[in-house]
Design a protein around this ligand. Sequence first.
Ligand SMILES: Cc1cc2nc3c(=O)[nH]c(=O)nc-3n(C[C@H](O)[C@H](O)[C@H](O)COP(=O)(O)O)c2cc1C
Length: 222
Amino acid sequence: MLNVQLRPKGPPDVPPPNRLIDPGRSSSALADLVLAEYQAARPDDTVARRHIGADPIPSDAWATAVSAAYVPAEDRSPEQSAALELATTIAAELQSADVAILALPLYNFGVSQHVKTWIDLAIAGATPGTRLLDGTPTVLVTTRGGAYGPGTPREGWDHTTDYLRRILVDVWGAELVVIEREFTLAGVNPALDDFIELGTLLKKQAEEAAVAAGHDLARAAA
Ligand SMILES: Cc1cc2nc3c(=O)[nH]c(=O)nc-3n(C[C@H](O)[C@H](O)[C@H](O)COP(=O)(O)O)c2cc1C
C-alpha cells in the first residue's frame, strides 16, 4: 500500500469554528477513511507513506535529476547523484505498490508544485514509458473549495483532476477510482454561504464513497 498525501506543513491545531472544513485535512481526511476501511480488512499490510506537503521534495530535484541522466555516473556531482537516487526511489515506491491511495487537492486552479515535482521525478526515475502503476488499484481523493461542474461560472477552471487522470491512468496505467469533494470552503468563504447545505451533502457523499472505495481496495488486494 502506497499512501501519498499533500497535507500542508503545520496546519492549525484547532480548526476554525465552521462546519465543513478542517484546514489542510479535507482530502487527507477522506484518504484516511479509505485507509481505515482498507486496514480493517487487511491489518497486516504495510503502508508506505509519502507526505509531499509536510515533507516536500526539493523543487530543484527534478531539473537536477534530468540533467544528471546525461552525465556519466562517475562524473556526477553529489547533488546530481542524490537527485537521481531520489527519482529512482519515488518511481520504485509506485512500482512496488500493490494498491495506492493519493490525496491531492486543487490549489490555484491546478496541481501544486509539490505534486508536479513528485510526478516529474517519478517519470525521471524510470525507463521512459514505464507504466509505474500498471494495473494497480488506486484511489485518488481530490477536493476543491469551489465547484467547477457544467454550468458553473468557473466551469473548466479545475486543471488538476483531468491532468491527474491523464498521468495516473494513461501514463502510469492505474486502475483508478476518483473521489471528489467540492465546496469544501462553503461555511468558510462567505461568498459561498448559499452552498453550505449542498457542501454538507457533498461531504457526506464523499465520505460514503471513501468508505466504499476502501472496502473495494481491500477486496482488490486480496
Ligand atoms: C493556497 C490555496 C489555494 C487554493 N486554490 C483553490 C482554487 O483555485 N480553487 C478552489 O476551488 N479551491 C482552492 N483552494 C481551496 C482548496 O481546494 C480546498 O480548501 C481543499 O479542500 C483543500 O484540501 P485540503 O484541506 O486537503 O488541503 C485553495 C486553498 C489554498 C490554501
